[in-house]
Design a protein around this ligand. Structure first.
Ligand code: 13P
Length: 254
């Protein structure tokens, strides 16, 4: 079965609830009846509920940008999977490079969150990607393999293809995030092929064949088509260009 592309907006720490609603008023008519791709918007926690209400009946799914691994507990400032489930979030971004860089998230922690996400039937979007110094030092492969293995650790034993099927991986070269520099399609494809081969080794060919690998890092309306035409790029994780309804709709309608 062909993999359905997934185009996800990561709004990061932008937009109040009212601004989020305004986005949806303009955005939804631009993607009405769009069925070719799965569309997901991940606002900040404070906007998730209003955005879910705004998106009702539209086919646009709503996700969170992060999540704790525990169902509940004394974790001040954190948000649990049960809370996100209760309000209707379906997707969750895990291990974004900004979480790794500024909030010290490790592969081990992301792995715990991934297991929780699968347990609660979220569609997890697990982020991997090298920083510039690693690419320049020729360490891209090593970093991507380490992150992929670390994030998926422990899933090999006893997970069925059906259980693993929600997993989405986003390859986001850190040097391309918010910089206007995009990986060339060839760089992205090499990274995606490496990740897919490693997932095949860890979780089997069926999981790897069904795995959607998104590209993220300065995806814009004018480069979306080139990237999305690559057979091994199964979608995009979009930051800056997802904040504007016209621009995000152009990317969705690549
Ligand atoms: P930009 O699209 O702004 O480069 O951000 C990419 C990103 O971090 C998405 O998660």
């Amino acid at each position: 079965m062909p993999r359905k592309p997934l185009i996800a907006a990561n709004w990061k720490m932008y937009k109040t609830p009212v601004q989020a609603q305004e986005f949806f008023k303009l955005f939804l008519p631009l993607v009405a009846n769009h069925d070719r791709d799965e569309i997901v918007v991940c606002p900040s926690f404070t906007s998730i509920s209003v955005v879910i209400a705004a998106a009702t009946g539209s086919g646009v799914a709503i996700g969170a940008q992060n999540m704790h691994f525990a169902d509940e507990g004394a974790y001040t400032g954190e948000t649990s999977p049960l809370m996100l489930k209760a309000i209707g979030a379906t997707h969750v971004i895990l291990g974004h490079s900004e979480r790794r860089q500024y909030f010290a998230e490790t592969d081990e922690l992301i792995n715990k969150k991934l297991k929780t996400a699968l347990h609660h039937q979220f569609i997890p979007i697990v982020c991997v990607g090298e920083v510039l110094a690693e690419r320049e030092a020729g360490k891209t492969e090593e970093v991507l393999l380490r992150q992929t293995r670390g994030c998926l650790a422990g899933l090999t034993a006893g997970i069925s293809a059906a259980e693993a099927s929600p997993i989405v991986i986003a390859y986001e070269p850190v040097w391309a995030i918010g910089t206007g520099k995009t990986a060339t399609p060839q760089m992205a494809c090499e990274a995606h092929a490496l990740i897919r081969a490693e997932v095949a080794r860890l979780l089997g060919n069926e999981v790897a064949d069904n795995l959607r690998i998104l590209y993220g890092g300065s995806v814009k309306p004018d480069n979306a088509t080139t990237l999305m035409n690559e057979p091994d790029i199964d979608g995009a994780l979009v930051g800056g260009a997802s904040l504007d309804p016209q621009s995000f709709a152009k990317i969705v309608n690549y």
